[in-house]
Design a protein around this ligand. Structure first.
Ligand SMILES: Nc1ncnc2c1ncn2[C@@H]1O[C@H](COP(=O)(O)OP(=O)(O)OP(=O)(O)O)[C@@H](O)[C@H]1O
Ligand SMILES: [Mg+2]
Length: 215
């Protein structure tokens, strides 16, 4: 089972959008996928309700219950869990990082947003978990800008994910319809981008597990 925590203290950085679409990409790839919504704003849960509880399932959790919800999901056959967290340095983010195999930090590629990831980086470091910044909602074609953003995050002591989720209107349209971008526009660019990010996520987690086990 793979557990991904989506964490960023910055509001509106794309946590919920990444959470629901990554879980949907896993489901589309054959996983039994689950979203654990730890945000009192309950945005991911709202998305789940809009789609009449069509898979992936969304459940909510108070921070101290995350581990037991993960255990229960595992017993029920879940193979891919995404934990969405609220935009504050609170216990939900800490508990999510604690149980995760990999932490993704969505961040818009702007100076203010990049500066704000420092607190998130400190949190991740506290638990020694592998973590990557995922650039969200930026321009699709701006190689120089992304190069600078990568250098900046590396300066904070963290790596950037080689896959980005640039600004695509389909994210807003799909969410409003209670759909993932893969369901809403299967042949679209956003669907291809989130599929690539999901594959990278799986490959990365498998690689680090193998390395840890010394196989
Ligand atoms: N790649 C993207 N392309 C276009 N719009 C995006 C993208 N990612 C996020 N958005 C939009 O940005 C807004 C904020 O995204 P989202 O709700 O996922 O952020 P969040 O980090 O979960 O916010 P909060 O901190 O309040 O929980 C939403 O309207 C969403 O549709
Ligand atoms: Mg959110």
């Amino acid at each position: 089972m793979t557990i991904i925590a989506i964490v960023s203290q910055k509001g509106g950085s794309g946590k919920t959008t990444l959470s629901v679409n990554l879980a949907a990409a896993a489901e589309a790839a054959g996983a039994v996928s689950l979203i654990i919504d730890t945000d009192p704003q309950a945005t991911a849960s709202q998305w789940g309700a809009w789609r009449s509880d069509k898979a992936p399932e969304v459940i909510d959790s108070a921070p101290p219950r995350i581990q037991s919800k993960v255990d229960a999901a595992k017993a029920q056959g879940a193979t891919f869990i995404v934990i969405d967290t609220p935009p504050h340095a609170d216990s939900a983010a800490s508990r999510a990082v604690e149980v995760a195999d990999l932490v993704l930090i969505p961040c818009r590629p702007s100076a203010f947003d990049l500066a704000a990831i420092k607190t998130t980086v400190s949190l991740v470091r506290l638990f020694g978990k592998p973590a990557y910044v995922v650039f969200t909602a930026g321009p699709p074609h701006a190689p120089r800008m992304y190069e600078e953003a990568v250098e900046l995050v590396q300066g904070f002591g963290i790596e950037a994910c080689p896959y980005i989720l640039p600004d695509r209107a389909v994210y807003r349209h799909a969410s409003a319809a209670g759909a993932s971008v893969i369901e809403f526009e299967p042949e679209g660019k956003a669907a291809a981008e989130i599929t690539a990010l999901h594959l990278w996520t799986i490959a990365h987690v498998n690689m680090s597990t193998t390395a840890r086990e010394g196989v």
